[in-house]
Design a protein around this ligand. Structure first.
Ligand SMILES: *Cc1c(COP(=O)(O)O)cnc(C)c1O
Length: 398
C-alpha cells in the first residue's frame, strides 16, 4: 500500500489522538528508516528516545527470535529464567536493590507512586500522603501518572485526578521547601526534563532534594524513562550527578523497541513498601520482554555505548552550536549527551520538523518550541554531519 491510501485507512480506523506526520514507515536498518515509497530517512528521533540500537540490530533481533521460540509468556504466578537474568542485569547497571518490571513507562510511574505511598503509610500508620512534582514535568498519561505531570492542559479535562499532588518549579529548591509539610511522602523529578523542553537539573537542585528527603525520611523518585539507558553517556543520568534516588523508573530504551519498563527501589524503599497483594501485572516482565532487556544491556556493554555517547557528545554539541550561531531564531541549545534541544523563537518548531521530514531527516519537538534530537546511541560522526547538513537546509527554509 502506498502513502495516501495508508493514511486514509488509518484515519478511518485508528482513534485520532495523534496528529501524525504524512509518512508511512515500513522498515529500518541501522540508523535509517525506509517508508512505503522506498525513501530513506536519517533517524534522529529513535521512536522518541527508544531505539537506542537503531533498527534491525542482528544480535538483538536474534535474541528475540530465539526467546519467542522458547517461551513468550508465563504469568507472574511462576518464576522464569529471563526475568531472573534481566533483574540481575538491571540491578548491576543501576546499583539499585530490587526491580519490578512493567510494560511501559507510565506503569513504572504508577508502581513508583504506589511504593512511595505504601512506604509512608507503613511508617506512620496512616494514609492521605501527598507528593511533590515539578511544573513542566511529564510522567505519562494514566490517571496516576497524569496527576504528577506538570502540564495543566494535559490534566484538566480529566480532573479530579489523584489528590494530594503539589507542583514546585524545576531547579528552584525554595519552591519545593515552600510546599513541604508532614503529609509529603515523596518528591518525583526527571533529572533531565524531556517532553517539557530538555531542561537538565542543576546539580545543586538534585543534591538539595536528596538532603531534604533524607532529613524528612521521604522518598526521592527519579524518572529516568527518557534520560536513562545511556542517553546522556551514563546508564542513568543521576549517575553523572552523583545523586542516587530511592526509587527510579526506566522504560523507553530499556527494551529498545520491545515494550517494557521497570521501577527500581533501594533496600530501604523495598523493605517497607509493596508486599504480596499490593501490586501486580499480567504481562509485566514476561520472558520475551526480559530477554529483550538482558540482550539490550549485553549489547550496551559489548559495544561500550555509554562510552561512545560520551566520546561523540562534544562533536554533536559543536555541530548544533554552529547551527545555533547561524540562525538568529535559535535562542539556545540545551541538553546532555544524545538528548539535545534547540530552543526556537519566532518560528514554529512544527514547520522545521516538516521541512526536515521532506529532507529525509527525522527530528521531534519538546515543550513549547524546542527542536529535540534524541538519535539512536549507535550513530557515528558521519551521521552527525549528515544530520547537521539536512537540518541546516531545513532551518534555511529549503
Ligand atoms: C515517555 C515518558 C513517560 C511515559 O512512558 P510511556 O512508555 O509512554 O508510558 C514517562 N516519563 C518520561 C520522562 C517519559 O519521557
Amino acid at each position: 500500500m502506498k502513502t495516501n491510501p495508508c493514511i486514509e485507512q488509518s484515519e478511518q480506523n485508528i482513534l485520532h489522538t495523534y496528529n501524525r506526520f504524512p509518512v508511512v514507515f515500513e522498515k529500518g536498518d541501522g540508523v535509517y528508516l525506509y517508508d512505503v515509497e522506498g525513501r530513506k530517512y536519517l533517524d534522529f528521533a529513535a521512536g522518541i528516545a527508544v531505539n537506542a540500537l537503531g533498527y534491525n540490530h542482528p544480535s538483538f533481533t536474534r535474541a528475540l527470535q530465539e526467546q519467542s521460540q522458547k517461551l513468550i509468556h508465563i504469568s507472574n504466578l511462576y518464576y522464569n529464567v529471563p526475568m531472573i537474568e534481566a533483574g540481575s542485569r538491571i540491578l548491576g547497571i543501576s546499583g539499585m536493590d530490587k526491580v519490578f518490571f512493567t510494560n511501559s513507562g507510565t506503569e513504572a510511574i504508577e508502581g513508583a507512586l504506589k511504593a512511595a505511598k505504601k512506604y509512608a503509610s507503613s511508617r506512620d500508620g496512616r494514609a492521605g500522603h501527598s507528593i511533590i512534582a515539578m511544573n513542566h514535568s511529564f510522567h505519562g498519561r494514566s490517571v496516576g501518572a497524569l496527576s504528577v505531570t506538570g502540564t495543566p492542559a494535559y490534566r484538566e479535562p480529566f480532573e479530579p485526578l489523584m489528590s494530594g499532588v503539589k507542583f514546585a518549579d524545576f531547579n528552584d529548591f525554595d519552591s519545593v521547601i515552600a510546599l513541604m509539610d508532614d503529609s509529603v511522602c515523596a518528591i518525583i523529578v526527571e533529572p533531565i526534563q524531556g517532553e517539557g523542553g530538555i531542561y537538565p537539573a542543576s546539580p545543586e537542585f538534585l543534591q538539595n532534594l536528596r538532603k531534604l528527603c533524607d532529613e524528612k525520611d521521604i522518598l526521592l523518585i527519579f524518572d529516568e524513562i527518557q534520560c536513562g539507558m545511556g542517553r546522556t553517556g551514563y546508564y542513568f543520568a543521576w549517575q553523572e550527578y552523583g545523586v542516587k534516588p530511592d526509587i527510579m523508573t526506566c522504560a523507553k530504551a530499556l527494551g529498545c523497541g520491545f515494550p517494557v519498563g521497570a521501577f527500581l527501589l533501594n533496600a530501604k524503599a523495598a523493605s517497607s513498601s509493596l508486599v504480596p497483594g499490593d501490586h501486580g501485572s499480567t504481562y509485566g516482565g514476561n520472558p520475551l520482554a526480559c530477554a529483550a532487556v538482558s540482550q539490550v544491556i549485553d549489547i550496551f556493554e559489548q559495544e561500550n555505548l555509554t562510552g561512545h555517547v560520551r566520546e561523540l557528545t562534544p562533536y554533536l554539541e559543536e555541530q548544533l552550536d554552529k547551527l545555533a550561531e547561524s540562525f538568529p531564531f535559535i535562542k539556545a541549545r540545551r541538553g546532555k549527551g544524545f538528548m539535545q534541544g534547540l530552543v526556537l523563537e519566532d518560528i514554529p518548531v512544527g514547520q522545521i520538523i516538516s521541512r526536515a521530514l521532506e529532507n529525509q531527516l527525522l527530528v521531534i519537538s519538546a515543550g513549547g518550541n524546542v527542536l529535540r534530537l534524541v538519535p539512536p546511541l549507535v550513530i557515528e560522526k558521519e551521521q552527525i554531519d549528515e544530520m547537521a547538513e539536512k537540518l541546516r537546509d531545513s532551518l534555511a527554509g529549503n
